[in-house]
Design a binder for this molecule. Sequence first.
Ligand code: MN
Length: 298
Amino acid sequence: MPADQLLESRDVPLGGLRGLTVHRTLPQRAIPTIGAWCFVDHFGPTTESMAVLPHPHTGLQTVTWPIAGQIRHRDSLGSDVVLRPGELNLMTSGDGVAHSEFSVGDPEAPMHGIQLWVALPEATRTGPADFEHVTDLPQVEGPCWSGLVIVGSLAGRTSPARTHTPLVGAQLSVKAGRAEIPVDPSFEHGVLAVDQDVHVAGESVPHRQLQYLAPGRDSIVVESDVDTTVLLIGGEPFEEDIVMWWNFIGRSHEEIAAARVDWEDAAERFGRVEGHGDQVIPAPPMPEVRIKPRRRES
Ligand code: MN
């Protein structure tokens, strides 16, 4: 099992006119997953906008979590919803789905949020696609902290969003001082410093960085000089070796190559997102070398 460590973000431009730059803390070479969480992109606050044309996914769930600003989601299941702060969009790709995401509302208003992926386990990774827009997430609180349970369970409350492995995701508001969050000791966790520098389990975590915490603790202490927000993710260590490339998660190079061909051929598998004409994001060329599984360091 990896030891507690700081996972530093790298900046990734998503492209598009006035397009968003995201701060990516997962995956990392040493830590490809935290529970089944396999991708964490933090963006903003910024007046750049999100303009992500239709693109495919396979083998994962996308979690879109706005903190400020509004995002219109359209997908190949026919969903068309506007997502607001405090609400969750959870899209399950199963074997294949496509979606687009665009900022809406006042273009001068700041955008701030987090996009995450969850790897699907063998049992459901080639199953049907699904989309949930959840507006009534449970609230939790303790001394010096409160939060919204985005997925899974925390402090006795459970999100209605459908998960496929033991998992938690929560936005936590922490008061200046010391907050102690009760957690499942069988889970490994990550705490993202969303707003400010914080201390997590005694370690300094600069703004935008993610602190990895190994399993075996029944609470996580977050300390801050000011009132602040952190994102807590966690889950049972995900033991399946995954192959991650572009927007796809599979188990082999061949599966990824087949998904790429299906997208380029506009195959039935990914369906069609209405409202964008013929515009989609084309898949990049496959790498020259075989894509290797991401295996956690033991
Ligand atoms: Mn996507």
